[in-house]
Design a protein around this ligand. Sequence first.
Ligand SMILES: Cc1cc2nc3c(=O)[nH]c(=O)nc-3n(C[C@H](O)[C@H](O)[C@H](O)COP(=O)(O)OP(=O)(O)OC[C@H]3O[C@@H](n4cnc5c(N)ncnc54)[C@H](O)[C@@H]3O)c2cc1C
Length: 313
Amino acid sequence: MTTYILTAGDARIGRLVELAAGPTTVVVVGDGRTAAAVARTPGVDRVLHVEPAPGAPAETCAAAVAGLVADAAPALVLAAPRPADRVLAGAVAARLAAPVLTMVRAVEVADGGVEVTRSVFGGIAERTERVTGPAVVVTDGGTAADGGTGADGGTAPVVDAGAVPADPAVTVTATRVAERAAVDLSRAPRVVAAGRGVRRQEDLALVEGLAAALGAEVACSRPLAEGVGWLPHDRYVGVTGQHVAPELYVAAGVSGQLQHVVGARGAGTVVAINTDPGCPYFAEADYCVVGDLYEVLPALTAALAAPGPGAAS
Ligand SMILES: Cc1cc2nc3c(=O)[nH]c(=O)nc-3n(C[C@H](O)[C@H](O)[C@H](O)COP(=O)(O)OP(=O)(O)OC[C@H]3O[C@@H](n4cnc5c(N)ncnc54)[C@H](O)[C@@H]3O)c2cc1C
């Protein structure tokens, strides 16, 4: 039983290697430097390096990659949920006539089949599924902590699987760099999140003030990022947004719909501030503050700024 891992030029595959069963081959669609870095990841037995045409996206190599995978007939093909990897994985799966299983939290290979546990219904439930035959599994992995530093000590051979000529059916017409938050919210030790209880963009200063006093990062619910665009897309928390696990999560003017709450389930202590005593967040939070965020946030910020009882006068 072998496992294949697909990466569209990103060397951070450490967690995928942990999930692999049996000898592990990584197909790197990208440059030689990435292939060399992947080869130094412990647990990788072999690297197949596929070189796309200059400027061509990784999925233009899908037919070549599918050929390599089909030759080995692995039961399990893994990919990280990064955008380019997902596109490559889908295009390869289509050519293999294999299913793509996304949002996978755990995977096991046994009796020639693949059993996965997936998040379903927006992350509020898990379902276990069994697939016989090859399966392409997109699972957690590919974070900054996932290796790929090139200093990890593995020594897998790199096999040059060849350059793939440009695909005339695919033309890159524009490239736009995605706006990114300056921080990785998933690693923030404290987070203050703003919801629709904040009435105007300039009022976010109240949230920023408390965040500064706590040494926290600012986050928000989806409507503030995707609806009115007051904060960047990668500042919103939830099932379709960031997953955070801070020691302290303060949700101000956030109602507590499941799609938001799921993204902060890893938080240690949750404080919800809301004018509505019946808001769903109060069923989840450790501390429930029934009050107007326009009064509560400045009061908390001032209290944090005030010298403690033991401070010298
Ligand atoms: C497929 C799908 C995926 C989704 N994914 C996400 C996701 O990843 N993340 C996400 O956040 N949402 C997501 N949503 C949207 C989600 O369902 C909610 O609509 C959203 O989370 C609500 O945001 P909110 O709590 O800020 O706003 P609201 O639900 O409008 O709540 C605002 C709250 O503020 C309170 N309030 C009002 N004024 C004040 C005040 N002055 N002081 C204190 N409290 C006040 C109100 O009582 C209310 O509880 C998703 C929806 C769908 C359908």
